[in-house]
Every structure is written in structure tokens, then in C-alpha cells.
Design a binder for this molecule. Structure first.
Ligand SMILES: C[S@@+](CC[C@H](N)C(=O)[O-])C[C@H]1O[C@@H](n2cnc3c(N)ncnc32)[C@H](O)[C@@H]1O
Length: 330
């Protein structure tokens, strides 16, 4: 990009934040970060990774420290040592549960239920601050994702337990980024939130194809919410009508992008997209150009594929072009 953003830009808004890696980077660079995602599990991650600047103290939890352990280490050791209980995760996503699904081993499902139940009990008893609650949820989500028996996303589970899925669930502390600022996370539809966030830079990394994130990450969503939804079908999907994204709908994506860019209070907008997305590069350029000066940076990449070649399947090209559209609004 030929132009540089003005040095007085301080607030970075990641409206489709997902796992929060981009926000973490900009937090580290000294920006005040606002992160948003329509998925609650992503909100939990962002609320913890960005919202916390220092390790939580857990001063109300009635647990004795062992030797030189910090209170955080003592809390994690307690949770890691809990015996499993039969709960929603075991029932819905494990081989000996009602539907025999294989997202997690029985042992990990039982332990997840015990840990998730304990976190909720502490929270309901007023023994956790909000930051402590989200910190524990984030490390449980992260820990369960590491032992999930999937190829990549939760659209399906594997028929045999892979080596990482057979490992025992273990909660590890999250390395936090110190910062002098308060950072904020939201769990809203970005289209509703966009005009309310005062920011200098808007970063947009929306879904680019028809596959909805709510169906790809439904299991993590249920662990995060622990709301015992009526799951259905072979893969155990949860109801998700209110979490569908317009960016996954061919005729809705471009008008939604247009409205968000129009309504944002940011001076700079960066959109990450690729050559296989539902919106064509030219249409995006036309939409953004209405609002100011646009440049595009592109990179050729090898396509990410979770599965192996199969003779009877038609694959798209092995290369994909990644775009970063950079707009400075008038
Ligand atoms: C391509 S991913 C973002 C990945 C992210 N940059 C990361 O590093 O993990 C798109 C994200 O947008 C979220 N999303 C989709 N539609 C949304 C909407 N209308 N409002 C807010 N979030 C949305 C999805 O839940 C998903 O987490």
C-alpha cells in the first residue's frame, strides 16, 4: 500500500473477530481494540484475550495454594483434577452418549461437563468476577478444541479417534498481553453494531462462502453457552437461525458490506477477502470506491484443504488469491 494510516489512529475495531488473533496483534502494537463476533464462543475468547491485561486473581475461590503455585495455578490444578460427571457434552457429543457421536472421547466429555458445571456454580455463587468467568470459559473452549475429533471444523466428526483427540483434556493458562488501555468485546451482529463503535480503523474479515460459522463451530458454542439446546441430525447441530450471516448469502453479501462501510465511524477500512468469495473483486472495488480512495494488496497462496485427494471429487485450483482492500474514507 502506498499510503500510510495517520499516526493519530488509536482505536482498532475488528468487527468479525473470530479467535481474536488480529485484535491481539493490534493490542500488542499499542492500539485500543474493540472486538466483536456474532458467535458467543468467540466473544468468550475475545473477552478474555483482549479484555484482560493482567492475570486474574481468583481471590474469592475457596482453594488452598499448593507450595509456590499462584492462585491461578491452584484453580487450574483443581479444575484439571475434577472427576468427570455425565452432563450435556457427554450426552450429546461422545460415543457412549445418547446418539453415539464422536466429537470427544467419553473421558474428555465427562471432564468437560464437570469443569463447565463448576465454573457456572462459582459464577452463580458470586465467587468469580466477570473477567475471571470469561478467562475460565476461554481456556475450557481452547482446551476442548485441542482434543476435538474433527478434521478442522465441527461440521463432522471422524469415525476413529485421532491421536490428539485421545489426549486428556488439560486447561492451560492463557498468555495475556499487558496494555495500559481498556479493550472491549461485543457479541452482536456486526451490521447492528457498526455505527455505534467509535474507532479510527475498521478491520473486516467476514465469511467468504456459503458455509455458516454457526454450523462449523456449533459444539464450541454449546460448551460456551451450556444452554442444553435441542441438538439434531447426525452431527448434532444446535438451532442457529439468529446467527446466520448475510456474508454467506450470495445476493446479500455486497449490500451488507456496502451498508457497513457507509455506516462505520472509522476513517480507514481494511477488508480481507479472497478470489473464491461470493463477492467479486470488481464489485467490492466499486462498492468501496463510493466512499473514498481504495487500494488493493494481493497475495497468491496455496489453498488450505483439510482432507486428502480423492479420485471421485472435483477440486478447485490449488492457488487462491488473498486480497486486502484498503479504503481511506473521504
Ligand atoms: C473469517 S472469520 C474471522 C477470523 C478471524 N479474523 C480470526 O483470526 O479468527 C469470520 C467471523 O465472522 C463472524 N461473523 C459472521 N457474520 C457476522 C456478523 N454479521 N456479525 C458479526 N460476526 C459475524 C463469524 O462468526 C466468524 O467468527
Amino acid at each position: 500500500m502506498r499510503r500510510r494510516i495517520s499516526p493519530d489512529c488509536r482505536v482498532f475495531f475488528d468487527v468479525f473477530a473470530g479467535t481474536g488473533v488480529v485484535g491481539k496483534h493490534f493490542k500488542q502494537q499499542g492500539f485500543r481494540v474493540v472486538a466483536n463476533d456474532i458467535q458467543y464462543y468467540a466473544y468468550c475468547l475475545n473477552r478474555a484475550y483482549l479484555g484482560l491485561n493482567t492475570e486474574p486473581r481468583f481471590s474469592e475461590i475457596p482453594i488452598k495454594r499448593q507450595g509456590r503455585d499462584s492462585r491461578l495455578e491452584a484453580v487450574l490444578a483443581y479444575l484439571n483434577g475434577l472427576p468427570g460427571i455425565e452432563g450435556f457434552v457427554f450426552e450429546s457429543y461422545c460415543p457412549d452418549g445418547a446418539q453415539g457421536r464422536m466429537y470427544f472421547t467419553n473421558v474428555n466429555g465427562l471432564r468437560c461437563d464437570a469443569i463447565r458445571t463448576q465454573i457456572e456454580n462459582w459464577w452463580e455463587s458470586g465467587l468469580l468476577t466477570e473477567s475471571e468467568y470469561y478467562y475460565l470459559l476461554a481456556i475450557l473452549i481452547d482446551g476442548m478444541d485441542r482434543v476435538a475429533n474433527t478434521a478442522s471444523v465441527y461440521a463432522a466428526y471422524l469415525k476413529q479417534f485421532k491421536a490428539t483427540a485421545r489426549k486428556p483434556l488439560h486447561l492451560n493458562p492463557i498468555p495475556l498481553i499487558w496494555s495500559q488501555y481498556k479493550h472491549k468485546a461485543f457479541n452482536e451482529n456486526g451490521t447492528d453494531l457498526i455505527g455505534r463503535v467509535h474507532c479510527d480503523v475498521l478491520y473486516m474479515d467476514p465469511p467468504y462462502n456459503q458455509r455458516q460459522y454457526c454450523t462449523n463451530y456449533h459444539v464450541l458454542e454449546t460448551i460456551a453457552k451450556y444452554d442444553r439446546p435441542k441438538v439434531y441430525g447426525i452431527t448434532g447441530l444446535r438451532p442457529h437461525a439468529d446467527q446466520k450471516s448475510d456474508f454467506c448469502r450470495k445476493h446479500h453479501a455486497l449490500p451488507t458490506l456496502d451498508a457497513m462501510v457507509r455506516d462505520t465511524l472509522a476513517r480507514y477500512v481494511f477488508l480481507s477477502y479472497n478470489s473464491e468469495g461470493l463477492m467479486a473483486k470488481k464489485d467490492i472495488l466499486d462498492a468501496l470506491s463510493q466512499y473514498g480512495h481504495v487500494e488493493v494488496v494481493s497475495h497468491d497462496h496455496t489453498r488450505f484443504r483439510a482432507d486428502q485427494d480423492r479420485a471421485n471429487r472435483v477440486y478447485k485450483a490449488d492457488r487462491v488469491e488473498e486480497f486486502l482492500f484498503c479504503l481511506e474514507k473521504d
